[in-house]
Design a protein around this ligand. Structure first.
Ligand SMILES: Nc1ncnc2c1ncn2[C@@H]1O[C@H](COP(=O)(O)OP(=O)(O)OP(=O)(O)O)[C@@H](O)[C@H]1O
Ligand SMILES: Nc1ccn([C@H]2C[C@H](O)[C@@H](COP(=O)(O)O)O2)c(=O)n1
Length: 223
């Protein structure tokens, strides 16, 4: 199958809007591959930390991004042959990811790694620029959002559920800060891409949000 005809569903949106959860479930229902593009930026922040590369060293980070040996196996992730634990999901890792993601050379270095996930029979990709940059020809583009308060509450429950400590007021502050940085940066900012459908999941359950995406995908396939 030629790469360009392999269908992609692009789900972008702000932090903790539920994109990862929804994208993963849609992929499972359709039997598609799944790309958590944020994990690549988080892994780069982690690798930089491990190897002493400053989060402001654009060329050093870009070289590290190209060299990163990453393996995804279901929920498990390996970085340079070592398993990565829950630290990848911490707000500390998220803040580092948001910082390195603002650097143009880093984004360019990660493009091929992301596009390599486009494999038959299809791909569901979540991130910030899936529809606007990485998979501009995606058959279905969704911008999944929710109020900052709902997102902070979801993240709080997620972290507590994993046995990690969390403070909801602090989470709300971090979410707002990250929204600001991700949407104000000059390269590939978080935005609603042309042709993307806006889906506000504040009042929706996960199942309802999944169904909304599937409805849009099926409609797009009929066009
Ligand atoms: N519609 C929903 N209603 C309630 N909780 C939800 C909903 N969607 C997702 N969640 C929960 O919110 C938490 C955050 O979701 P998820 O990790 O998928 O967000 P995300 O947008 O991928 O975040 P990030 O980009 O920061 O990784 C998860 O615990 C998930 O189960
Ligand atoms: N396509 C992407 C994915 C992620 N980022 C950045 C912005 C986020 O703050 C950070 C972590 O992402 P998350 O795991 O929360 O989805 O990575 C990006 O710029 N582009």
């Amino acid at each position: 199958m030629a790469n360009s005809v392999i269908p992609v569903i692009a789900i972008d949106g702000p932090s903790a809007s539920g994109k990862g959860t929804v994208a993963q479930r849609v992929a499972a229902i359709l039997g598609f591959h799944f790309l958590d593009s944020g994990a690549l930026y988080r892994l780069l922040g982690l690798a930089a930390n491990q190897r002493g590369v400053a989060l402001t060293d654009e060329s050093g980070l870009a070289q590290l991004a190209l060299a990163m040996d990453i393996r995804f196996e279901g929920e498990a992730i390996w970085l340079f042959g070592a398993p990565v634990g829950d630290e990848l999901r911490s707000e500390h890792a998220a803040a580092a990811a948001s910082q390195v993601a603002a650097l143009p050379a880093v984004r360019a270095a990660l493009l091929d790694k992301q596009r390599a996930f486009r494999q038959a029979p299809g791909l569901v990709a979540d991130g910030r620029d899936m529809a606007s940059v990485v998979f501009t020809d995606a058959v279905c583009k969704v911008f999944l959002t929710a109020s900052a308060e709902a997102r902070a509450e979801r993240r709080y429950k997620q972290l507590i559920g994993k046995g990690m400590s969390a403070n909801i007021a602090l989470l709300l502050q971090e979410i707002r800060l990250r929204d600001e940085r991700d949407s104000q940066r000059s390269v590939a900012p978080l935005q609603i891409a042309p042709g993307a459908a806006l889906l506000d999941s504040t009042p929706l359950s996960i199942e309802q949000a999944v169904e909304e995406v599937l409805v849009r995908y099926r409609a797009a396939c009929k066009e």
